[in-house]
Design a protein around this ligand. Structure first.
Ligand code: HEM
Length: 125
């Protein structure tokens, strides 16, 4: 059955998938509601911020400006600069960042990618 989801539903589902536990999901409910209001940047626009002067990254369809964080990142500036202007969702998750690290993300949130429509094969019904 073909299912059509509105933009905010997709974002809520993707946000829910990105949090690690039910309590985190509850805690992030208000945050999720605000996600729709964030500025929208295309992947191309994000790619313009790919150096130490302006370093943006994408994690779970959200855009983070980590320029100020480069010198503070416990994993070093290098790994962030390697991913500057790009989607580093997998790299971020593969590193096994702690809950504290995931909470820190909110400090650098500047926008989101355009919501995409789910294809039939992605339908959850
Ligand atoms: C805004 C984005 C990020 C934040 C807030 C962040 C935060 C942190 C924090 C707090 C730690 C210390 C360990 C922990 O608590 O998990 C850490 C470690 C680390 N991070 Fe990140 N991180 C970010 C992005 C990334 C990205 C994109 C990568 C890789 C591409 C990365 C790679 C690493 C590595 C390799 C370590 C381990 C350092 C070590 O144990 O020697 N981080 N990060």
């Amino acid at each position: 059955m073909e299912t059509c989801y509105c933009v905010s539903t997709i974002l809520v589902v993707e946000k829910a998938n990105s949090v690690a536990s039910a309590s985190e999901a509850v805690a992030s409910a208000a945050e999720t509601a605000a996600i729709d209001d964030l500025p929208v940047y295309s992947r191309e626009q994000v790619s313009w911020h790919a150096n130490s002067e302006s370093c943006w990254i994408v994690i779970d369809n959200l855009v983070y400006d980590v320029t100020e964080f480069l010198k503070q990142h416990p994993g070093g500036a290098e790994v962030l600069l390697e991913n500057a202007g790009a989607d580093c969702t997998e790299a971020f998750k593969d590193t096994g960042h702690s809950g504290a690290a995931r909470q820190q993300l909110a400090n650098y949130l500047v926008g989101r990618l355009p919501a995409r429509k789910l294809t039939c094969s992605e339908s959850i019904n």
